[in-house]
Design a protein. Structure first.
Length: 280
C-alpha cells in the first residue's frame, strides 16, 4: 500500500493541532508587568579613618507606589570583611529637572509613571557592629518602564477653599472605578490641630474619632472617620461635611483607605490622597 498519503495525513495533523489549541497572539491581552525593583550605584562615602560605604539607590515600579531604598556595603579601615549597614535619610526623584516625588529612606510615594528619573539621596550610613558612621549625598539615574497602574478609587469635593471665622459645607463624592475589590473603604478628613477647626456631619457612617484612655469619652473635633461599605462602580458615595473655622484658619485634607481582597492575603489594600481644601 502506498505510504505517501499516510505521511501526508500525519504531517497535516501535526501542523493543524497547534493552531486549534493556541489562540492568535492578537486575540490575547498582554498581562500587566510584574512589580520590579531597579538599582544603580549612587556613590561612595568615605571617612577620615578609612571607613567606606558604597551606596546604591533602588526604586520599585509596577505598583501604585514608588518605593525607594538605599542599600549600602560598609568596610572599616584595615578590615577586608564587609559589615552590615543601616541606611536612613531622605530621597527626591526629579524628572526633567522637576521634583515629582520625595520621601524618607526607606519609603515610598505615588508612582509617577514610566520615565527617566534623577534620584538624589541624603543618607546616613552606620554599621553593625559599630565602626562606620558616614553622611553624604548620593545620586543615580534610573529609567522605569512599568506603566502607571490605573486608579481604582478617586475623591472629588465641590469646593477648593475655606474662609476664616466661617461655616462651610463641603460635599465629597467617593468613587470606586475598578471592578476588582469590594465596596469597603475608610474615608478620612482632618484639619490642623490647634486651630480650633471643627468637622461635623449628620452622616451615620461617620464619627469624630474617640481619643484618650477608657473610660474617656472625648472626641477629636478636627477629624472625621467614615466607614463606607457600599462603593460600587457607577454608584459613588456622597458625604456632606460642615467645617467651622476660627480666626486661625485651617486646611482640610482627605484620604481613603480601601481593600483589594485577594483571598486571605494580608496587606492587599491601598491608600489614596484626596483633594486638599485650602484656607484663604
Amino acid at each position: 500500500m502506498p505510504t505517501r498519503p499516510t505521511k501526508l495525513k500525519l504531517l497535516l495533523g501535526t501542523a493543524v493541532l497547534p493552531l486549534a489549541l493556541v489562540s492568535p497572539a492578537w486575540g490575547s491581552p498582554s498581562p500587566p508587568p510584574a512589580p520590579s525593583t531597579l538599582c544603580a550605584p549612587a556613590g561612595v562615602l568615605r571617612g577620615a579613618d578609612g571607613q567606606r560605604a558604597s551606596v546604591s539607590l533602588c526604586a520599585g515600579s509596577g505598583t501604585p507606589m514608588m518605593a525607594v531604598s538605599a542599600p549600602a556595603a560598609c568596610r572599616r579601615s584595615g578590615s577586608a570583611a564587609g559589615l552590615a549597614c543601616l541606611t536612613s535619610g531622605t530621597w527626591t526623584a526629579r524628572k526633567n529637572g522637576v521634583t515629582v516625588v520625595s520621601g524618607k529612606l526607606p519609603g515610598s510615594g505615588d508612582y509617577p509613571g514610566p520615565g527617566t528619573y534623577d534620584i538624589e539621596g541624603d543618607v546616613r550610613v552606620t554599621s553593625s557592629p559599630a565602626g562606620v558612621d558616614l553622611q553624604g549625598t548620593v545620586r543615580a539615574t534610573l529609567t522605569l518602564t512599568a506603566p502607571k497602574p490605573p486608579a481604582t478609587h478617586r475623591i472629588e469635593v465641590d469646593r477648593s477653599t475655606l474662609g476664616r471665622d466661617s461655616a462651610t459645607t463641603l460635599t465629597y463624592r467617593i468613587f470606586r472605578d475598578s471592578e476588582n475589590g469590594d465596596g469597603s473603604a475608610r474615608f478620612g478628613l482632618i484639619g490642623e490641630e490647634g486651630t480650633g477647626v471643627r468637622l461635623s456631619t449628620s452622616d451615620p457612617r461617620c464619627v469624630n474619632p474617640l481619643i484618650g484612655r477608657y473610660p474617656a469619652t472625648t472626641r477629636n473635633a478636627y477629624a472625621l472617620d467614615c466607614a463606607l461599605t457600599d462603593l460600587q462602580p457607577g454608584r459613588p458615595s456622597t458625604v456632606v461635611v460642615r467645617v467651622v473655622t476660627q480666626q486661625t484658619c485651617s486646611t482640610v485634607v482627605s484620604k481613603l483607605g480601601y481593600w483589594m481582597p485577594q483571598g486571605q492575603a494580608l496587606y492587599t489594600g491601598g491608600m489614596l490622597a484626596g483633594p486638599t481644601v485650602e484656607c484663604v
